[in-house]
Design a protein around this ligand. Structure first.
Ligand SMILES: *[C@@H]1O[C@H](CO)[C@@H](O)[C@H](O)[C@H]1NC(C)=O
Ligand SMILES: *[C@@H]1O[C@H](CO)[C@@H](O)[C@H](O)[C@H]1NC(C)=O
Length: 419
């Protein structure tokens, strides 16, 4: 006989299998639950005695009023210290030992067969008065081997998005391409159906459904999609933290330092703790170490970074938990960086060269002019000297000429005298 002892992995598998089932929670109050499972799947028959610890009590599961399915008596059960279980269920029925303390008397029937279909009673015989609950189990042979992927129109897993609003957190559940039209509900962790607003569209015989509910409490919330007609139920669960404060718009201050410009971003009074970063215009995150202080559950964040290039910078605060992101952008001009001064050097250089050239030209011109003037004066002096010399020679020549004339005169007189 099999020991109905379960490893955690088996438990996990069972819980997973449970998702496929229309397993409703039944309190032992004489109520009846209808449960439909596919052939060969596990059936979890729910039963609970409130929150009482039942680990030292007795509970008995019977089928159709007489077949012994499972009995638990203060730690002993069929296969462990007790006998009498019907052959049909031998080695296939297990309880949930870890859950006994919480009053959970549910059992699981492994690999359901059509013969398991029937009405099950969960009985606490020693309670005053005796408590019992009924579960009607239908093992559907038609549904055998039809997983939700190959049931046409079966609802896919609901898709959940959260959005922080002024009133709390908006839960949005989307179920797409389902037929027949599923019933979609939001439930809190206690199973209460939340007030919600439904929008749906029908397209070529399948339904898209959006269901929105606003919650103000931290809890696990479940969006459940049910198609009774095809015995299909599926859900997605999400945890919602309701926080006090979405981050306000970051404030940016700019200070000049010798290394560049110091940008300081401040985000005050945010909860949950925001992630704060500086980004340049290409979206690169700049190196910066945030200083975080907490005051009564809300956070102040200061982030500093030094930039050396002019441009647009952004301080972005993100609170993933509440889908909140807010940013402030700033344009900064970094004074006289290396790249900016190059044209000035060129301009100054050109000016210096031009001035030097001009000076050289002027000096040269001045020299030439002076030289010309001196030459002119010298030439004039030279001409004057020449003139003087010429005059002297002329005088000398005239004297010579006069002497010659005199001599000629004398010669003529002598000739006449001698004649
Ligand atoms: C009892 O345990 C089973 C298996 O873990 C679970 O599916 C069911 O919801 C539990 N019921 C209660 C009332 O906790
Ligand atoms: C969340 O809220 C913001 C601001 O109200 C809005 O722009 C955005 O579309 C919302 N997102 C969803 C998924 O509702």
């Amino acid at each position: 006989m099999l020991e109905p002892q379960m490893t955690p992995t088996v438990m996990e598998l069972l819980l997973r299998a449970c998702l496929l089932l229309l397993a409703a929670l039944t309190f032992v109050d004489g109520s009846e639950t209808k449960l439909i499972v596919r052939e060969d799947e596990d059936a979890i028959l729910p039963c609970s005695l409130g929150a009482a610890d039942i680990s030292s009590r007795v509970f008995d599961w019977k089928k159709d009023g007489r077949v012994e399915v499972f009995i638990y008596d203060d730690g002993r059960y069929y296969g462990k210290g007790l006998s009498g279980q019907h052959e049909q269920f031998r080695g296939r029925v297990f309880h949930f030992p870890e859950q006994l303390k919480g009053g959970n008397a549910s059992i699981v029937i492994r690999k359901s067969k059509p013969a398991d279909s029937g009405t099950y009673a969960c009985i606490f015989p020693h309670e005053q008065p005796e408590r019992r609950a009924h579960v009607e189990l239908i093992v559907d042979t038609v549904l055998k081997d039809r997983s939700e992927e190959n049931i046409p129109g079966a609802s896919p897993e609901p898709f959940i998005t959260l959005n922080k609003t002024d009133d709390g957190t908006l839960l949005r559940c989307a179920v797409r391409g389902a037929f027949p039209k599923p019933e979609v509900v939001w439930k809190d962790s206690s199973g209460n159906i939340l007030p919600a607003e439904e929008h749906f569209t029908e397209n070529k015989g399948s339904y898209d459904i959006i269901l929105e509910a606003t919650v103000t409490k931290t809890d696990d919330y479940r969006c459940v999609s049910t198609q009774q007609e095809i015995h299909h139920q599926i859900y997605t669960e999400t945890h919602v933290n309701v926080f006090k404060g979405a981050a306000p718009k970051p404030a940016i201050a700019v200070k000049e330092t010798k290394d560049g410009l110091l940008l300081q971003c401040e985000v005050y009074g945010a909860s949950p703790k925001p992630e704060v970063v500086f980004q340049d215009s290409s979206g690169n995150i700049l190196a910066a170490e945030p200083q975080v202080t907490e005051r009564g559950g809300s956070y102040d964040v200061i982030l500093e970074t030094t930039v050396t290039k002019s441009g647009d910078y952004q301080c972005v605060a993100t609170q993933k938990e509440i889908n909140h992101q807010i940013s402030t952008e700033i344009h900064v001009n970094v004074p006289s960086g290396d790249s900016d001064s190059t044209p000035w050097i060129v301009v100054v250089g050109v000016l210096v060269v031009l001035l030097a050239v001009a000076a050289v030209i002027i000096i040269k011109y001045k020299k030439t002019w002076k030289k010309d003037k001196e030459e002119l004066q010298q030439r004039k002096k030279h001409e004057e000297e020449l003139q003087q010399e010429l005059n002297e020679q002329k005088k000398k020549h005239e004297e010579d000429l006069r002497q010659v004339r005199l001599l000629l005169e004398e010669g003529k007189q002598q000739k006449e005298e001698t004649a």
